[in-house]
Design a protein around this ligand. Structure first.
Ligand code: APR
Ligand code: PHB
Length: 390
């Protein structure tokens, strides 16, 4: 039988940042992850870090490579109706964002945990959480064909949207809020230098498109598509043709093409579970909420949750206080809902909705308003760089 203070299920950004923050406060944890280390380190996900996320990673001792290789951006561009408009974060908020792939953040965190003898069990199968309503919850799992049990003081459910922690809570104890969107994103990773230094969010009558990047050599691009889109219908030439059409609009701007290294389709949803806690188990990150990717918030929200959780656990272990733990869900949800609102707003403004021409006109008016009003630009900017973490 193993013993730890905090048993963490999932080695995504939520689980790994939590174990790192706890270790800095002298609190012991074990992370259980059902995939291999290589899989976790290579899985391509989002790549935009808010100001506060960058600060937190740096203060936690995992910011060295991010500071060196991350691309610091002081704005984004909106394109619509043949126009290009820059939202200047520096002028509007004094802050920046950093483009640094989620899998790079994961590599840095795993390396830091392993170097400090932190316990991460990869390929932990059939993970189950038990006795959540007692002071001694347990986690059971199989590893290398053998059954194991960890006794903990607390469990952190950081196992993403499809994990086992949320479904282990009796459904009567939870309230779910959900919105599905009638479109998805076809994303590609291309071996081509980015065509612009900053991200470009384009609203076009053929649908939304996004120009992003991972490094000075690699471009990340997305096209709005059907959520069930068949990739076989999208040979490389069609993808490039569509990207050229939808991203057109900047003066003297040209989209760089290159070999497509990866292609995929993702659906989009907004989802929140309340409360984010059951007995001695706390949910964090995608296990508790999902945002559509348009605001680039998923990873940042996961980090904001575990920051709150790590502080509450520190209060508990240092002085026996339970008030921060009791307030965990409420504290997180006030940020979660603001971020849900922003992600929904960006998504609704920038995607083509089938059917009603009213929406098309309204969206153009909204974009024109954002581009022409300092107050509206500032609202976008302060949400994009990240609301303050208190
Ligand atoms: N047992 C153990 N581990 C599990 C299980 C399980 N039953 N189910 C899922 N996991 C692992 C996954 O393999 C993954 O590594 O939990 C981890 C969850 O990580 P994420 O899905 O990345 O979720 P989170 O850490 O909350 O981060 C949210 O990541 O998915 C992106 O876009 C999302 O940026 C957002 C961020
Ligand atoms: C990305 O680079 O993958 C990315 C950037 C911005 C988004 C979503 C994804 O809004």
């Amino acid at each position: 039988m193993l013993r730890t203070q905090v048993g963490i299920v999932g080695a995504g950004p939520a689980g790994l940042v939590l174990s790192q923050l706890l270790a800095l406060d002298g609190i012991d944890s074990v992370v259980l992850e059902n995939k291999t280390r290589q899989y976790c380190e290579e899985r391509i996900r989002a790549g935009v870090l808010e100001w506060g996320t960058v600060e937190l990673l740096a203060q936690s001792g995992v910011g060295e490579r991010m500071r060196r290789e991350g691309l610091v951006h002081y704005g984004i561009e909106l394109r619509f109706a043949g126009r290009a408009h820059r939202i200047d974060f520096k002028d509007l908020t004094g802050r920046s964002i950093t483009v640094y792939g989620q899998h790079e953040v994961i590599k840095d965190l795993i390396q830091a945990r392993v170097a400090a003898d932190g316990r991460i069990v990869f390929e932990a199968n059939d993970v189950r959480v038990e006795d959540l309503n007692t002071n001694k919850p347990k986690i059971q799992y199989f590893h290398a064909g053998e059954s194991h049990e960890i006794h903990c003081d607390f469990v952190a459910g950081c196992d993403g949207f499809h994990g086992i922690c949320r479904p282990s809570i009796p459904s009567a104890a939870l309230k779910l809020y959900e919105r599905l969107y009638p479109f998805g994103w076809l994303g590609i990773l291309a071996e081509a230098p980015p065509s612009s230094e900053e991200l470009i969010y384009a609203y076009h009558e053929r649908g939304f498109a996004l120009h992003s990047m991972r490094s000075p050599q690699i471009t990340r691009l997305y096209l709005q598509c059907d959520p069930e889109e068949d990739l076989a219908a999208w040979p490389d030439e069609r993808i490039w043709r569509e990207l050229h059409l939808r991203l057109a609009g900047g003066r003297d701007w040209k989209l760089n093409e290159g070999a497509i290294l990866q292609k995929g389709v993702t659906g989009m949803r907004s989802f929140v579970v309340e409360p984010m806690q059951y007995g001695r188990m706390y949910l964090a990150g995608d296990a508790a909420h999902i945002v559509p990717p348009t605001g680039a918030k998923g990873l940042n929200l996961a980090v904001a949750d575990v920051r709150v959780l790590a502080r509450a656990l520190k209060d508990f272990y240092s002085s026996g206080r339970t008030d921060s733990l009791e307030a965990y869900s409420q504290t997180c949800l006030s940020r979660v809902w603001k971020v849900q609102r922003f992600s929904w707003w960006m998504t609704s403004m920038l995607h083509r909705h089938e059917g009603n021409p009213f929406d098309h006109r309204r969206q153009l008016a909204e974009l024109d308003y954002v581009a022409s009003s300092r107050a509206a630009s500032q609202s976008l900017a302060e949400n994009y760089v990240g609301l303050p973490m208190d």
